[in-house]
Design a protein around this ligand. Structure first.
Ligand code: ZN
Ligand code: MN
Length: 139
C-alpha cells in the first residue's frame, strides 16, 4: 500500500476509501477488468460507491499512465494496470483476455513510405482464439 501512496501522491490524486479500494483491486490484477467488473468488486466492500466514481477513477488513472485501456473486446473496454507495452489474446467465446509478453517490434515492419512519415512510438498486436476451457465445453 505504501508503494501505491508514493506513486500517486505526486500526481494530484486525492485518496478516498473508495478510490483506495479501486487502486488495491487493480494493483497486480491481470484479469483485464471492464469498468463494471471493477464496480461490482468495489461495491461488495463499499455498497454506496457509484459507477461514475469507479469509471472516473480508472479514466483518471489512464490519463496519468497508470492504467492502459484495452480495446480488443468490441463489446466493452477493459483496463490493464500493467503500463508496460505488451500484447493480448482474447477468447472469442468467453472474452477472457490474456497477456502476450513478446516483443514483435522486429517483425512488425511498416512500409518504407510510412516509416518516413512516422516516428513509430509503439505497436499492439491483438490475437483471437478459443481458450482451452471453452474448447472443452460440452455442447
Ligand atoms: Zn474462453
Ligand atoms: Mn495486459
Amino acid at each position: 500500500m505504501d508503494r501505491i501512496f508514493k506513486r500517486y501522491r505526486g500526481k494530484g490524486f486525492r485518496f478516498t476509501p473508495q478510490r483506495l479500494a479501486i487502486l488495491k483491486y487493480l494493483e497486480g490484477n491481470t484479469s483485464h477488468p471492464a469498468a463494471d467488473d471493477i464496480y461490482m468488486a468495489i461495491k461488495r466492500e463499499y455498497p454506496t460507491v457509484s459507477f461514475a466514481t469507479v469509471y472516473n477513477t480508472v479514466e483518471m488513472l489512464k490519463e496519468v499512465g497508470e492504467v492502459q485501456e484495452i480495446t480488443i473486446d468490441p463489446e466493452r473496454k477493459h483496463y490493464d494496470p500493467n503500463p508496460n507495452p505488451h500484447h493480448h489474446i482474447i477468447c472469442t467465446e468467453c472474452n477472457k483476455i490474456v497477456d502476450v509478453f513478446v516483443d514483435y517490434s522486429d517483425v512488425l515492419n511498416l512500409p518504407a513510405g510510412l516509416k518516413r512519415e512516422f516516428a513509430v512510438a509503439g505497436n499492439h498486436v491483438d490475437f483471437y482464439g478459443v481458450c482451452r476451457d471453452c474448447r472443452n465445453q460440452p455442447e
